[in-house]
Every structure is written in C-alpha cells, then in structure tokens.
Design a binder for this molecule. Structure first.
Ligand code: AMP
Ligand code: MN
Ligand code: MN
Ligand code: MN
Length: 281
C-alpha cells in the first residue's frame, strides 16, 4: 500500500536544550510549515516533550516524544536519537541526568580557554543564551561569539573556535553507546544514528560502528537531515538498505535565521528505504 505523503520531521531542538524557541513555539512554527508529524529531540534532556505534546495536540500535529543523546564511541562524539520514548522512564531520566552533569564544568573550562586567547567572560556570555542552566552547549558559546562581534556567524564561530584543535574546544566524555541504546530501548523507544554524514570516521571504522550499533539493538539511521547533502541522502539510503535499518528524516532545526533547514521543510526520503514511520499511522 502506498503511504500518504506525510510531512515528517523527526529531529528538532527547543530552548530546553540549545534551540531558541520554546517547545510550543517550535510546534507552532512546524504548523506554519504544514508539518504532519514532529519529534522533539533535545540534547540529553526530555523535559520539553510534555509542553510539545500539548501544543501538537492543539495544532493537530502528530507528536513523537524523542531525545538526542551525546555518546562517546572510539574516542569520538556520536549522537544517538531515541523516538517514541516513554519520557518518564526512570532509567532514561537518570541516565540523561548523568550525561548532562559534566556540562557546566566543561563550559567553565571553555571559558578559561577563551580567556587565554583574549576573549574574556565567555562562560558568562554563553550563559546569557541558556534557558536550561544544565544544558549549556557549544552552540551557546557560538551565539555569544557572534553577539559580541568576535565572529560573523555561527559557522565561523565553530570553525575558528569550537571544533577539535581550536582554542575553545574542550574534549568531553559522554555516555557510552551501549548505555544510550539501552536507556532508549528500556524506555520503549526506537534507536537511531543522528546525522551520520557528520562523523569523520574512515569507512572501515564506520563499518565497525554500524555493526556494533546493530548488535546493541539500534534499528534506524537518519538519511535525510539538515546536515546532509543530496549525495549523502543516497549514500545513507544505501547503507540503511544494506544493514536493514529503518530510514529517518529530520531537520535538526535549532533557531530561525540560524539553521540551514527549517522545521518541516525536508525533501522526501530516497526510493527503496523503509521510512521509520511506515507502520505508525
Ligand atoms: P555540545 O553538545 O555542547 O558539544 O554542542 C553540540 C552542538 O553544537 C549541537 O547543537 C550541534 O548541532 C552544534 N554543532 C556542532 N558542530 C557544529 C558546526 N560545525 N556548526 C554548527 N553547529 C555545530
Ligand atoms: Mn544542538
Ligand atoms: Mn546532533
Ligand atoms: Mn540535533
């Protein structure tokens, strides 16, 4: 049976993590863009799902409670998405609290590193952009660097200061892949790999990652995302088919005027893949 063409966006951020819109404002924007199905996937935090669900119901949008967990695998950061989670699951809530706990210390250290390169008060500056004080991210530092005239835009802020090897970069040890997958599965959720095109693994190491992810119980991979090129849509569609993963689609929208792809404005998935939402409605 042919699926109706739904406008689906299964990756987005509110100001509960490092987006700038409240969960309700995010859903209102999705409605303006004619979205049918939306997942909220804040970093390491599920608190926004309650507000987002109420807003979605009022707007007639189908809502998918979600999360994006920061993990460290083979020394690199990999983001894992959980969809249709029970956000009140206590192991998930506890696991996320432990994942968040190092963020403030890390941000203070980033502040000291910025001071050492002639940018004082960066921690305080970043905190001005934070609504959830336990969820300070590199994005908040990027907004401070732009607002205070150190950089012309967020991209430049990351490129010059916030990526590995740059003065404001502070390595961090996140959750293990195994823990993140088990928290999401324990909360009844579907486990997926976020924006696979962003990682800098060799093909060999990425293959090992995919095997381990699958072995642990991961079943989904983002194919269309705001950070993929059309070539990457095809590349990861092929990988989804090879490994038997469901395909997901998500803008990774954070903020108007900042994110490249607006919430609810994604192109369709490539032919041949099974959309993760194929049997939802
Ligand atoms: P953190 O979890 O504190 O390491 O911050 C990660 C945040 O920074 C996520 O929102 C990413 O989307 C964002 N991010 C990472 N790299 C870049 C980049 N090169 N340009 C823009 N945003 C980025
Ligand atoms: Mn983010
Ligand atoms: Mn991410
Ligand atoms: Mn994200």
């Amino acid at each position: 049976m042919a699926l109706p063409m739904l406008n689906v966006d299964l990756h987005s951020h509110s100001d509960v993590s490092d987006g700038t819109l409240s969960p309700a404002a995010l859903l209102a924007r999705a409605k303006d863009n004619a979205a049918d199905v939306i997942a909220l996937t804040d970093h390491d935090e599920v608190q926004g799902n309650a507000e987002a669900r109420i807003a979605a119901e009022a707007l007639g949008i189908k809502f998918v409670p979600g999360v994006e967990i920061s993990t460290t695998w083979a020394g690199s950061t990999v983001h894992i998405v959980g969809l249709h989670i029970d956000e009140s699951n206590s192991d998930l809530v506890k696991g996320l609290a432990s994942t968040r706990s190092g963020r403030v210390e890390r941000a203070k250290e980033m502040g000291r590193r910025f001071a050492a390169v002639g940018i004082p008060h960066a921690f305080e500056g970043a905190m001005k952009f934070v609504s959830n004080p336990f969820l300070v991210s590199r994005k908040h530092f990027a907004r401070f660097l732009v607002a205070d005239g150190y950089c012309k835009d967020i991209r430049e802020a990351f490129r010059r200061y916030l990526v590995e090897g740059k003065p404001g970069y502070m390595p961090h040890h996140w959750a293990s892949l195994e823990d993140a997958v088990s928290w999401i599965r324990g909360a009844g959720g579907i486990v997926g790999i976020a924006h696979p095109g962003r990682y800098r693994f060799s093909d060999l190491v990425f293959g090992a990652f995919l095997q381990e992810f699958k072995y642990l119980g991961g079943t989904m991979i983002e194919v269309v995302t705001g950070s993929h090129s059309p070539d990457q849509y095809l590349k990861f569609a092929k990988i989804a088919m090879e490994y038997g993963f469901l395909a997901s689609s998500g803008s990774d929208f954070h903020a108007p005027g900042e994110s490249r792809v607006d919430i609810g404005t994604l192109p369709p998935l490539p032919k041949g893949v099974t959309p993760v939402w194929a049997d939802w409605y």
